[in-house]
Design a protein around this ligand. Structure first.
Ligand SMILES: NC(=O)c1ccc[n+]([C@@H]2O[C@H](COP(=O)([O-])OP(=O)(O)OC[C@H]3O[C@@H](n4cnc5c(N)ncnc54)[C@H](OP(=O)(O)O)[C@@H]3O)[C@@H](O)[C@H]2O)c1
Length: 289
């Protein structure tokens, strides 16, 4: 079995480490976290791996996962290159969605890659159960892509190869769908709160409609899933909502207007008439007074 060292076994690193260790894909050999306590905890979670206190204390390995936060990846790429622990037979990869494998160039002639699982590792215990069927976007050296694709495929993942030049746009797609959806939920709760509806009631009220909307989007696509006042061209209703929101919170009104403009563009691809679209664009473009 090939050996894997992990620099930064946090939420992602310890989850992948445990899954690969348990499935017999890689032998987790050495773990280096910011604190030894955290490294020891990661080792216990994975069920393997010797936690060490410095990079210099890590032995050579077949693969290295740089699983620390994005801003530290370049630092470790340089340190690892300087330590002389990697050669042309070593594969070094990171899992950032935003950065490409280019950041690992100092490690050449090692094989380098980035592999981004489109998964939220909020709670590693939960991720162990839900990780299968995650899509993983991989780019880098062709041999590295082969090895990592096989390793993630064993975990039940779907592999997507991506042009490194498009990595930032690709990542923005995930951020908009996942992080912005969460922010939209918060904005919606703020609006309900302003209407005097308590958070628990609002969440109960939202659960079925949000689930249904998500399901519709997955099966029908956004164009056929859009309903509501903008899709219907109900300009007066939209105008009243802008006014109401502006009277409560200008930021809330601003978000409503900006997303409303994107909503109009989507509705135009459906049945929204050009006249209604023009009136809505004018209304939503107005700065909130
Ligand atoms: N979380 C996600 O949902 C997710 C999804 C896809 C991709 N990713 C990517 O996965 C990578 C890791 O994210 P994460 O959420 O797992 O981060 P995280 O939970 O914050 O874990 C980061 C780990 O790196 C260690 N670390 C940070 N600075 C260090 C340093 N100077 N020296 C040694 N160790 C250091 C931390 O050690 P301590 O524990 O001692 O602080 C921690 O174990 C990032 O590239 C991220 O973009 C994350």
């Amino acid at each position: 079995m090939q050996s894997l060292n992990i620099i930064g076994a946090g939420r992602l690193g310890k989850t992948l480490g445990r899954l690969w260790q348990e499935s017999g894909v890689f032998q987790v050999q050495s773990i280096y976290n910011r604190s030894l306590e955290s490294g020891l905890a990661a080792s216990r979670f994975i069920g393997a791996g010797n936690a060490v206190e410095s990079l210099a204390a890590m032995p050579a390995a077949d693969l290295w996962l740089i699983g620390c936060i994005d801003s530290e990846i370049a630092v470790f790429a340089h340190q690892l290159a300087e330590n002389g622990l990697v050669d042309g037979n070593t594969l070094v990869f990171h899992c950032s969605g935003a950065l490409s494998s280019q950041i690992l160039e100092p490690l050449k002639p090692a094989l380098i890659a980035s592999a981004h699982p489109v998964h939220s590792f909020a709670e590693p215990e939960t991720s162990l159960q839900t990780f299968a069927s995650t899509s993983v976007a991989i780019e880098g050296d062709s041999r590295a892509i082969e090895i990592l694709s096989a390793a993630f495929a064993v975990l039940g993942c779907e592999i997507l190869t991506i042009d490194p030049n498009n990595k930032s746009l690709y990542h923005a797609g995930s951020v908009i769908a996942s992080n912005y959806l969460t922010t939209l939920m918060d904005l919606s709760l703020q609006s309900f709160a302003a209407a005097g509806i308590e958070r628990d009631s609002a969440l109960r009220l939202l659960a079925p409609i949000v689930s249904q909307t998500l399901q519709n989007n997955m099966t029908l696509g956004p164009e056929k899933s859009l309903t509501g006042p903008i899709a219907r061209g109900d300009v007066e209703t939209v105008g009243a909502q802008v006014e109401s929101l502006a009277s409560v919170d200008s930021q809330l009104a601003l978000c409503y207007r900006h997303l409303g403009l994107a909503c109009v563009e989507l509705a135009r691809r459906g049945s929204l008439s050009p006249e209604s679209a023009a009136r809505l664009i004018e209304l939503l473009s107005e700065p909130t007074r």
